[in-house]
Ligand binder design. Sequence first.
Ligand SMILES: C=C(O[C@@H]1C=C(C(=O)O)C=C[C@H]1O)C(=O)O
Ligand SMILES: [Mg+2]
Length: 460
Amino acid sequence: MQHKWYNATEIEVGSNSKQIFYMETIEVSRLSALAFFAAGEAKYKGKRNFWQNREKTFTLVGLGHAYKIENNKGTKRFDHVESEWKQLTSQIVQEDQHLQPILFGGFTFDPQNEVAGEWAKFPQSYFTVASHQLVIRNDQAFVTINLITNETNSAQTFETLRKERDELIHAAQVKEVKTYTKPTMISYAEPFKEEYLQSIDQVTTLIKANEAQKVVIARSLALQFEEAITSPQILSHVVHEQPESFLFGLEHENMLFYGASPERLVKVNNGRAFSSCVAGSIKRGQTAEQDEALGNSLLNDAKNRGEHHYVVEMITDTFEKNCRDVKIPNGPKLLKIRDIQHLYTPVEGQLNDDATILQLVKHLHPTPALGGVPREAAMHIIRQYEPMNRGLYAAPIGWLDADGNGEFAVAIRSAALVQDKAYLYAGGGIVADSKPQSEYEETLVKFRPMLRALGGQLHE
Ligand SMILES: C=C(O[C@@H]1C=C(C(=O)O)C=C[C@H]1O)C(=O)O
Ligand SMILES: [Mg+2]
């Protein structure tokens, strides 16, 4: 242990009487984020989260819930999370950047979707401050205890957490990271496959009739395994196999929602905001030449440029309203990840004084990369033609701190794991000239990363 920062502040939470917010951060020598997550298996299962940015310069692991912000407030949910977070953090001494609690969580794709399924118990907004928070920034690792309580024996509870923390750190400072086997799949189903293929025809007809310009239609796979899969087991495969993406895992009761997304929704760093337009897809080639040829054909393909353009227009427009000094390159580049290549346009700007990361999330979600154009018409068509509930798939997932910094990814290339069952999600942007079979094949490519992590066959 090198440094220690400690603080205990008396605060008010909601309408609750006075509570004490205890925080203690220690800097520790480099440890395994996954092993730290796994060390919470006995005590914190169902209350853990994992996050790593694309650049691998920021890793966050949370064990336990020191504080939770949950709501079912539809369109007001973003403002609600923001005001509760502001109230909580405004009362904390923040002179030291190391005394920073981090809020991690997500907003579901569509609060108006009423299909129950695997998401039946999931709130529309689900955010938590961890009891044990591990942050690895560049090469420095910090472990924080957060405790918010009005118990009379709070000092004792805090001591217990300190002991636990030392054990967690010890378990995570391993020489060799544990390796996990892949689970054994016993059945693979494509629910509503025929309905999906038909819906692409129906949606293109609606688009030709000018009911919308673009609508993202998704579907799911339902997999059954021989036995329950644990969160550390599946996350370890995702972490090792998908290093180029945002990696995330969020537990809620007996579900783990996890994935490896290439798509940033928004990042805010010291008042500078960044987003990315990712839409338009083609598979990777078998050889370097083939890969380059596929990439070039994607860059020159009118249908994919169309899918992409709607996203650039909408994100640019949102940035123009919330930022100054907005910068967008002239045309898209290629974003290549293990299984797929996309058209990619980064967008950045300087946040206006009244704009915040959560306001940007609220205005950006869903971008036409996940919803469509116009937004409301597309959402209506999605509700009508998708027989499932997306839950957190295609939705904002990420973190923010008390200074207004944070980052949200769009939770695609993702799956929900419920003990011995997994539900994988993938979709694509439907425009006037979309063809059911090629959209279907595009979803197969998008299922691949999660299917591989689960040890599944690559059905092609
Ligand atoms: C909807 C998904 O991906 C989105 C749709 C894309 C497309 O249709 O080309 C590309 C990237 C994502 O914005 C998904 O992966 O499920
Ligand atoms: Mg597409």
